[in-house]
Structure formats: C-alpha cells, structure tokens
Design a binder for this molecule. Structure first.
Ligand code: AMP
Ligand code: MG
Length: 414
C-alpha cells in the first residue's frame, strides 16, 4: 500500500509538456503559453476622447463658463480635418482622435447645446487633459502581455487581439483516449439484459476531460480480454498523448488491464494499492519517449471520478505545460461531523461547501459514501481529505479542494 502523495509524485515525475505549437488566438484559450507575448504596438495608438462630448481648449473655460462655436463632428474611426481654435469646439464620440488644437473634452452631460447657430455652453472650467486618453495608457511598447507558463485567459485573448496577433505559441492540448473495460457493459440504449449495466465511466471521463480543457478521444467499450485490451491501448497510444481505462485493475478473475499494461510496458507498468478510499487499486504505466502515460482506474464510478481527480488530471496538466498541477487545497469549517474509522487510508469525501457570512467556506453536508453511489455526488461541489483516524467533529477545520467554485455562493443550487 502506497501513500496517495507518493503515487501522485510517481505519476507526474516522468512526464514533460507536449511540444508547443501556434494556435489561432481564440483556440488557445485555456492552453499554456510556451512563449511570451511582447507588445509591439501601443494601446491606445493615438490621443483620443474617453467620453462622448466636446473637444475644446481648456484656456477658453478658465472663467468658469464658455459659449463655443461647434465647427465639426468627429466619430470614432474618423479624423478631424480642421483644427479647434479659440472660442471653438468639436463634437467628439468616445474613441475619436482628439482634434488638433483641443487639449480636453467636456462630457456631453455637462453641456447644453443650442441647435440653432450650433453653439455649446459649458458651465465649468475644464482642466487640460480632462477625458483624454493618451497613447500607451493601456499597453506600452515592450510590455510583457503574456508570460511563458501562463494559462491563456479570455482577457489575454483580448490583449493579444489588441496587438493584431493572429496566433499564440502554446503547448499542445493533450488528446486523451478513454476506454471502458468490462463484459457487463453496454451503451446501446436498449432495455438491459439481466446482469448487464450501462457504461457510466467512459461518458463521465470524456466529460471530465472536456471540463478540464483536454481533448477527449472515445476508444469505446472493451471486453475483458487481454489481447483486445492491449490492442485498444496500442491504438490509443498511436492516436493520443495519454490513455485512461476503467475497470479490470483489481483482483477479480478477469481483471486484465493490469496484465495488458504489463505486457505493453514491462517494468514501466505498476499496479498498486493506494492508501485512499475510494479508488484503492490503480495501475499506471508509461510508454515511449517522451512518456505517454497510461492510467488504469478502478471500475466503480466514484473510484473513477476520484482517480481522475487525484492522478489523471494533474498528470495531464503537466503534459499541457501547466505549472500548478493540483487544485489549491483550502481550509474549510465543518458544520457537520465527518466520522470515520481507522483503516490506514485517506478518505476522500464529496461535500457541499458554501461561503458563509464569516467569509469562510463551510462544509454544510457530506454526501452518502460508497464507491458505487455516484448519484449522491451530483450536487457536491468540493472534496475534503479525511486522514486516517476517528474523523472530525463539527466546528473543526478540514482541508479540501473546490471542484465547482461557481457553486460556492450560499443558496446556489445550479
Ligand atoms: P472492476 O474494477 O472491473 O472490478 O469493476 C468494479 C465495479 O465497477 C463493478 O461493479 C463493475 O460492474 C463496475 N463498473 C466497471 N466499469 C464500469 C463502467 N464503465 N460503468 C459503470 N460501472 C462500471
Ligand atoms: Mg471489470
């Protein structure tokens, strides 16, 4: 039996980021930048108005009021063809280049406009530079907009586009093959024959991969047959950057994933008992150079879910070039008891967590435990670590990870 942390280290240690590539800016969202992006153009590129209003000379307003002749209108995207002189103003829209001669803008809400004669009345003195945006206010030439190793966010897509960038240099998004093993599995939607069950794990893993920003590849359902399992892994290795299977890693008569991976990877395949619950049996193997990781997760759906979270997701994040492989662990206040008994294993318990008025994350409810009880977890939004021992009492703190941070708000039922 091996400690969870040790297994996590063993899994991630031999893995390196996939090759980097150019991706169209919008497609790079969620990928990790492999090169920095340095600004070549200032933003804004020219002096412009930050308000809909009137461009004028501040010197005309020093007395505290002014009546100015409106000589033209400048829309965003246009350029004034004349200069603003003494006693004159130009109507400007937000983003319009500031006309020559003007040094400030009075916003329209602070003016009254006389349509006949085309005069604008300003009733306070306007400072030079008021409501004027200058070149480079947002982005200066030479500024680092995206650093290598950062995950590309929506705002980075914005600043990159603001530079005219068409593509970003990022680590390739891992393509991950998923297979379910088991003689009992069907997925044809017809009434179930006795003894058969519907495949839960493969669709769930494909969804988990998508939710974590990876590209899922469906390798189908496979019988408990060593040769077919091995061939399916081989196919996955040829097509993908990693392969995840479920079932067949325990001590049953037809648990052949262990054997298939040992055949394929020799000493680079390890079947182990992880000191955690659920998800104790786990097979991990690598093949090729750089290593393609192969995961054999336990077949019970909750074990699959937890195994993905603990082993697969961090490993795939390394392939994707991420520096933070694990979700941040935070301290939560228990509003319920979390009893357990000593069994030498770390228990991973799905819970409902909410932010309370004290500003802290509270565990309001623990889900029904059982590696086959998946539906109990659909409303969980966090998972807490309960170390070996007698468990915790309400009022104590527990470490946990957030699986659905959007659902932390009190009363959220999304
Ligand atoms: P195994 O790890 O193959 O011994 O499977 C353990 C338990 O999980 C058994 O009850 C299986 O029927 C069940 N199981 C295995 N694979 C799946 C799957 N893809 N979907 C739902 N249940 C599964
Ligand atoms: Mg099985």
């Amino acid at each position: 039996v091996i400690a969870l942390d040790e297994v996590r280290q063993l899994v991630c240690d031999g893995l390196v980021p996939l090759p980097s590539m150019e991706l169209p800016v919008a497609d790079a969202l969620g990928c990790v930048a492999a090169r920095e992006l340095i600004a070549r153009e200032p933003v804004p590129g020219f002096t412009n108005s930050s308000m809909d209003g009137f461009a004028l000379r501040s010197s005309d307003t020093t007395s505290g009021s002014a009546r100015l002749k409106v000589i033209a209108t400048v829309l965003a995207g246009d350029v004034a063809t004349t200069t603003v002189g003494d006693g004159q103003a130009m109507r400007v829209m937000t983003g319009a280049p500031l006309p020559d001669g003007a040094d400030c803008v009075c916003m329209i809400e602070e003016t009254s406009f006389e349509t006949n004669g085309g005069f604008v009345v300003i009733s306070r003195s306007i400072r030079s530079g008021e409501f004027v945006r200058h070149p480079g206010d947002d982005v200066a030439v030479g500024q680092t907009l995206i650093s290598a190793g950062e995950q590309v966010t929506s705002s980075m897509v914005g600043v990159a586009s603001g530079q005219g960038a068409r593509s970003l240099h990022v680590y390739r998004r891992p393509r991950v093959g998923v297979l379910s093993t088991g003689h009992e599995l069907v997925d044809d939607g017809r009434p179930l024959a006795k003894g058969k069950i519907r495949d839960i794990n493969r669709p769930m893993l494909l969804a988990l991969l998508t939710a974590s920003g990876f590209t899922p590849v469906d390798l189908g359902i496979v019988e408990d047959d060593v040769d077919v399992i091995r061939t399916t892994f081989e196919h996955g290795i040829a097509e993908c950057d990693a392969v995840v299977s479920t079932g067949g890693v325990s001590v049953g008569d037809v648990d052949f994933v262990k054997t298939a991976l040992a055949d394929l990877c020799g000493p680079r395949a390890r079947s182990m008992q992880v000191a955690m619950r659920p998800g104790k049996p786990f097979t991990f193997a690598t093949t090729g150079s750089p290593s393609v990781p192969l995961f054999g997760l336990a077949g019970n759906p909750v074990s699959t879910l937890v195994g993905f979270e603990m082993f697969v997701r961090p490993a795939l994040r390394r392939l994707a070039g991420h520096q933070n492989l694990e979700r941040p662990s935070i301290s939560m206040v228990l509003d319920v008891d979390l009893p357990r008994s000593v069994d030498g294993r770390l228990h991973l318990v799905h819970v409902v967590a909410r932010i309370h008025e004290d500003g802290r994350v509270h565990v309001e409810r623990a889900m029904r435990q059982g590696s086959h009880l998946l539906s109990a977890l659909t409303s969980a939004n966090a998972m807490v670590m309960v170390p070996d021992g007698d468990g915790f009492k309400a009022g104590q703190n527990v470490q946990g990870i957030l699986l659905q941070p959007d659902q932390l708000a009190t009363g959220a039922t999304e």
